[in-house]
Design a protein around this ligand. Structure first.
Ligand code: DC
Length: 227
């Protein structure tokens, strides 16, 4: 069966990665979490006190960053490695979430990440989620999904996820962070978050994960028939 590229873009915490992982498992495709790359770069910058407002400092720091997704048999998932270290869990912290949107506005950072993402798509059979995947990384992807959900639903979901790791976190903190990221991600100069003209909108505010997966699988099947 012919393999295609599927892109899933959308707002923070609207379930992109959940859908992408389920689809990848069903279709036997590779799932790539492009946000993990921006998060790992941010973690490196924070740890090494890199001033990302300086183009020279950023370019120099990027030379020392090696990103790799490695499959973990135990978790059954591809996990982000930064210079050989598994950072899959630490990049989800609020400390990183608070800065990642800012770091992702920097031209050098985007060029660095997008070049690697495009290489990963060379062999097709991939599902990548992010903010600019259908518009910039794979503008010719066969299937593009743009996900959205009500703000309150998204805040609740992200709060539940973060609370499990850190019970000191407040819903207000999560709400502020999501609103800030949405604003920066959709207003930045270079490749802002927006729906590609040929993307299909999937609003999952009131549907469960099973229904969402079925909708996406129907879209994939319809595409496959056209190809
Ligand atoms: O998907 P995520 O929440 O893990 O992404 C973290 C941040 O990375 C997000 O706020 C914006 C940035 N990002 C981006 O600019 N472009 C992408 N393709 C993916 C993520």
């Amino acid at each position: 069966m012919k393999k295609i590229i599927i892109t899933i873009d959308g707002w923070s915490s609207c379930g992109k990665s959940t859908l992408a992982k389920q689809l990848a498992a069903k279709l036997n495709y590779v799932y790539i979490d492009s946000g993990a790359m921006y998060r790992a770069i941010t973690l490196y910058f924070l740890r090494n006190h890199i001033d990302w407002t300086s183009h020279e400092a950023t370019a120099r720091a990027l030379e020392d960053i090696y990103l790799e997704f490695k499959f973990n048999e135990k978790s059954g998932q591809s996990e982000m490695h930064l210079n050989g270290e598994n950072v899959e869990y630490v990049i989800r912290d609020l400390v990183v979430a608070e800065k990642v949107s800012e770091v992702a506005t920097v031209k050098e950072v985007r060029n660095f990440a997008v070049t690697q993402q495009q290489k990963m798509g060379g062999s097709k059979g991939i599902i990548m989620d992010g903010r600019d995947i259908g518009t910039v990384v794979f503008p010719d992807a066969e299937l593009k999904i743009f996900m959205t959900a009500d703000n309150a639903v998204r805040v609740k979901r992200r709060f539940k996820e973060l609370y499990e790791k850190n019970p000191n976190i407040t819903i207000e903190e999560v709400k502020t962070n999501l609103e800030m990221r949405d604003y920066i991600d959709s207003h930045r100069e270079i490749s802002p978050l927006k729906k590609a003209d040929d993307a299909v909108v999937l609003d999952n505010s009131t549907i469960n994960m099973e229904k969402q997966l079925n909708i996406a699988l129907d879209l994939v099947n319809a595409k496959m028939k056209q190809e």
